[in-house]
Design a protein around this ligand. Structure first.
Ligand code: ARG
Length: 268
């Protein structure tokens, strides 16, 4: 179970450019609401007993709130992101500084290989999963494999609306994963079937964006408010309670609970 997460407050968050189909510059962020949404998420994590680290927001980097994308953390290793879009590139320098100050070992991929951190990479039960196709490069696999000392399971994402693996794939516990199958390729689905005994499928009626972009803390799943009742039932059947929290403002940028949360994974 994770014990620490990193979040970034929404001080400078707004929709200032459009790099995914959810973003519309005219759809501005409500400051009061977004502050409440952030505080709510933070207090949920604290109530669940997690250590919540905060990264300072930076002016002119509005998407920094999507902290999951700045890199990947396991034990004392930080794999730094190389963002695909120039608007976000500087974000991971601030994350690097934070992890350097905390004495993490920092590694990075060559500049021409894109890698968007926990937007596309997961660790669950000894296995790593790596998304590619929309944001992270397929070749990221070859470098990551050396950093972690094993082959990650590579899964292609092929839906412009579900552009990070964390928007359509959530390994939430032993042998259990939530996926939105229509955003994955046949090959990706085959690999998921090989690696998970219990697959919870998210269909359009389940509000797939919210119900796959989730974080599991033990047997509690934190999801954006609006997840369909059927999905909650499916989670309950697998032993998970769901906490829903409003995410309307973050949805404007194309993200929900998982995108905001950099989890500190532990290998044992
Ligand atoms: N506006 C951000 C982008 O398009 C949203 C990132 C969402 N993060 C995620 N982990 N899916 O890059």
């Amino acid at each position: 179970m994770i014990t620490t997460v990193l979040l970034t407050p929404p001080d400078y968050y707004d929709i200032e450019y459009e790099i995914n189909p959810w973003m519309h510059i005219e759809n501005k962020v409500n400051r009061k609401k977004v502050t409440e949404e952030f505080e709510n998420l933070k207090s949920i994590y604290k109530k669940l007993g997690l250590d919540v680290w905060i990264m300072d927001a930076q002016k002119d980097l509005p998407d920094m709130v999507y902290t999951a994308n700045c890199g990947f953390v396991i034990d004392d290793l930080f794999i730094k992101s190389n963002y695909k879009f120039r608007q976000r590139r500087k974000e991971s320098d601030f994350a690097e500084e934070l992890f350097r100050n905390k004495n993490f070992k920092i590694v990075r991929l060559p500049e021409n290989i894109f890698f968007e951190g926990q937007g596309d990479m997961f660790f669950r039960d000894g296995k790593f999963f790596l998304g590619f196709g929309k944001r992270s490069s397929r070749q990221a696999h070859d470098y990551i494999k050396d950093f972690i000392g094993q082959d990650p399971v590579s899964i292609e994402v092929n839906d412009p609306y579900f552009y990070h693996l964390d928007t359509c794939f959530a390994p939430i516990g032993k042998d259990t994963v939530v996926i939105k199958p229509t955003s994955l390729t046949r090959d990706g689905l085959d690999k998921i079937k090989k690696n998970f005994k219990h697959i919870i499928y998210a269909w359009d009626k389940d509000n797939p964006f919210m119900c796959a972009n989730i974080v599991a803390v033990g047997d509690t799943v934190i999801a954006g408010k609006g997840i369909g009742p059927g999905m909650k039932k499916k989670l309950k059947e697998r032993g998970f309670d769901t906490i829903e929290t409003p995410m309307t403002e973050y949805f404007k940028g194309g993200g929900s609970v998982k995108c905001l949360t950099l989890e500190f994974f532990k290998s044992s």
